[in-house]
Ligand binder design. Structure first.
Ligand code: ATP
Ligand code: MG
Length: 270
């Protein structure tokens, strides 16, 4: 009853919602009491140090793992995904950091990789390579990725371009929620900018984006909502107008811990 009232008051039901989610791996409690909402047309950033539970959180959302406690809702309906395929069927697409690409495979083939089922929806024969090339080229160009040749092996693209191809692909195949695990971690300033621009485009196209990152500056450039995890629990949860970049940076730098480290290292030098 209370939930129904909440829903009526709240104009938009979130695409995905986690309520008090916890996850244990045997004796290790990787997540505890995590609640967050992914809204259409917004970027939700999840920040945190190594081992904070970021990947665990998105693995639950993307159907790779199941939570031990709490609820996962999609369009307001409680779900329990048995596999990533089930999450994908609900429009939740995940771009992992390593991207699982085959480096020698052509860009266009990579664009269509693993979506053979979807191809049957199209009026052309699955072996219509020319059609797939054309589509891949057009879709990439729509996202602002201009490649000389979609026949080039995906391994010849830069890390940033590869992330962008993966995002364009998820958008084309109908993702409503796009989860990105550290998409800028291995990239320089310029390439990071390119990827952040595509994230903004996906947001503007109405997708709900979940951006996992260590970098508060990247998060603040595109984020609407910020969640910081610390040892599996939420240490900060705020909308953009409730939190400054300084606060976010301070949280990520680990404030007190950094001070303690500074004095420890100074002593070590004497
Ligand atoms: N499959 C697993 N089995 C056992 N423990 C796990 C498993 N996956 C994660 N953990 C533990 O859960 C905790 C959270 O890990 P997680 O990978 O979610 O962190 P993270 O925030 O993604 O870290 P990083 O920034 O290093 O990627 C860690 O203590 C980790 O050792
Ligand atoms: Mg991780």
């Amino acid at each position: 009853m209370a939930a129904m009232v909440d829903m009526a008051v709240d104009a938009g039901v979130p695409l995905v919602e986690m309520v008090d989610v916890g996850k244990s791996y045997g004796v290790i409690q990787a997540l505890r009491g995590v609640s967050l909402r992914v809204n259409a047309g917004e970027v939700t950033c999840v920040l945190g140090d190594n081992g904070a539970g970021k990947s665990t959180l998105i693995k639950i959302m993307s159907g790779l793992h199941q939570q031990s406690e709490g609820a996962l809702r999609v369009d307001g309906e409680e779900v329990r995904f048995g596999s990533p395929r089930e999450a994908l069927d609900r429009g939740i697409a995940t771009v992992y950091q390593d991207l699982a690409v085959v480096p020698l495979m052509e860009v266009w083939r990579n664009f269509f990789l693993g979506s053979e089922v979807r191809k049957r929806l199209w009026p052309f024969n699955p072996l219509d390579a020319e059609g797939m090339r054309r589509t891949a080229r057009a879709e990439l160009s729509k996202m602002g990725i201009e490649l000389d040749d979609v026949n080039q092996p995906i391994g010849t693209l830069s890390g940033g371009q590869r992330q962008c191809v993966a995002i364009a692909r998820a958008v084309y195949f109908g993702a409503r929620v796009l989860i990105l695990d550290e998409p800028t971690a291995a990239l320089g300033v310029k390439q990071s900018g390119v990827v952040l621009r595509y994230i903004a485009r996906a947001r503007d196209a109405g997708l709900g984006v979940v951006l996992i990152t260590h970098n508060p500056h990247h998060a603040y450039l595109v984020g609407d909502h910020f969640v910081v995890l610390k040892r599996g629990q939420m240490s900060l949860d705020g909308k953009r107008d409730e939190i400054t970049l300084d606060e976010l940076t301070q949280q990520m730098a680990g404030g007190d811990e950094l001070e303690a480290l500074t004095s420890e290292l100074r002593r070590a030098q004497v």
